[in-house]
Design a binder for this molecule. Structure first.
Ligand code: AMP
Ligand code: MN
Ligand code: MN
Ligand code: MN
Length: 277
């Protein structure tokens, strides 16, 4: 049992548990090495690290950076980053500012289809005033009866091509990788099976990712089905990429994305933690 979970979200981004509560849950469920990887935000790391000491589990400083690549939004995880690295901090603050602008535009688009007060509604679900994301809009839309639940709110309003969706320019891929590596971290492409890219474009992406300094891909994640997991295990072997695993935990009521629900990494893959001590 590997008991590594290297992808999770707290209330500092779009998760529902505060950092300390998230660590407590991970420890209770048997995780031994945990990374907190809030979207574009490092503010939860000190609290999580303190809680990890109390629960006697190993804690990894992480982040999940939003990236735009050839018209698609990608997520790049930085593991073992230095949260005090000035460039990383500054750039993430700019990404969060962009989120605020996007949120204004999203609310305007929702207003055009008759949904009033979406910005205030979404903000009511925000616990970190610096961070607003689509999940906060989803919570507002579900609570206000515009959708049966948050997943349906994405399907109806928030997913790409839907009336509340706003195209947004996130960080360039090479910049995001460079902020991570220059702060001492390892860049991991999150859930490669989730992007709307053909198989050949995913491979193109991975070659480019490696070229700019990316080292690993997520193979075992709640965002992959069995076919995708098998495919990306194969890709990791073929392209000599390290492999990572994590639940992408957001919500304690979502039992499919909880800690310790996923299988271990295939044993022949080289794990991203191979040289961590
Ligand atoms: P954002 O970075 O604000 O655009 O939000 C991205 C986040 O929204 C992801 O990390 C997921 O937590 C969530 N998300 C994206 N697509 C969906 C979907 N189809 N259903 C539910 N949650 C989603
Ligand atoms: Mn999220
Ligand atoms: Mn993601
Ligand atoms: Mn995530």
């Amino acid at each position: 049992m590997l008991r590594f979970d290297l992808h999770s979200h707290s209330t500092r981004s779009d998760g529902l548990l505060a950092p300390a509560a998230l660590v407590a849950r991970a420890a209770e469920r048997g995780v031994r090495t945990l990374a907190l990887t809030d979207h574009d935000e490092l503010g939860g790391l000190p609290e999580a690290r303190g809680a990890a000491i109390q629960h006697d589990i190993k804690f990894i400083n992480g982040v999940e950076i939003s990236v735009s690549w050839n018209g698609e939004t990608l997520h790049v995880l930085g593991l073992r980053i230095d949260p005090a690295h000035p460039e990383l901090e500054t750039q993430l603050a700019l990404l969060r500012e962009g989120r605020r602008k996007r949120a204004n535009l999203m609310a305007k688009k929702l207003e055009e289809i008759g949904i009033e007060g979406a910005l205030e509604g979404a903000t009511a679900h925000v616990s970190n005033p610096e961070f607003v994301g689509r999940n906060h809009f989803a919570r507002f839309l579900a609570r206000s009866g515009y959708a049966k639940n948050e997943g349906r709110a994405f399907d109806k309003y928030l997913a790409r091509g839907k009336p509340g969706y706003v195209d947004h320019k996130w960080a360039p891929l090479w910049n995001a990788v460079q902020w991570i590596t220059s702060s001492g971290g390892t860049a991991v492409l999150a859930h490669p099976g989730r992007y709307r890219l053909s198989e050949s474009n995913v491979l193109r992406l991975l070659y480019e990712f490696k070229e700019v300094g990316g080292e690993a891909i997520e193979v075992v994640t709640s965002n992959h089905n069995v076919r995708e997991r098998t495919f990306f295990a194969h890709v990791a072997r073929r392209l000599d990429l390290l492999a990572s695993c994590g639940s992408d935990f957001h919500d304690p009521n979502n039992r499919y994305r909880d800690f310790r629900q996923l299988p271990d990494l295939p044993v022949d893959l080289k794990p991203v933690w191979w040289n961590w001590n």
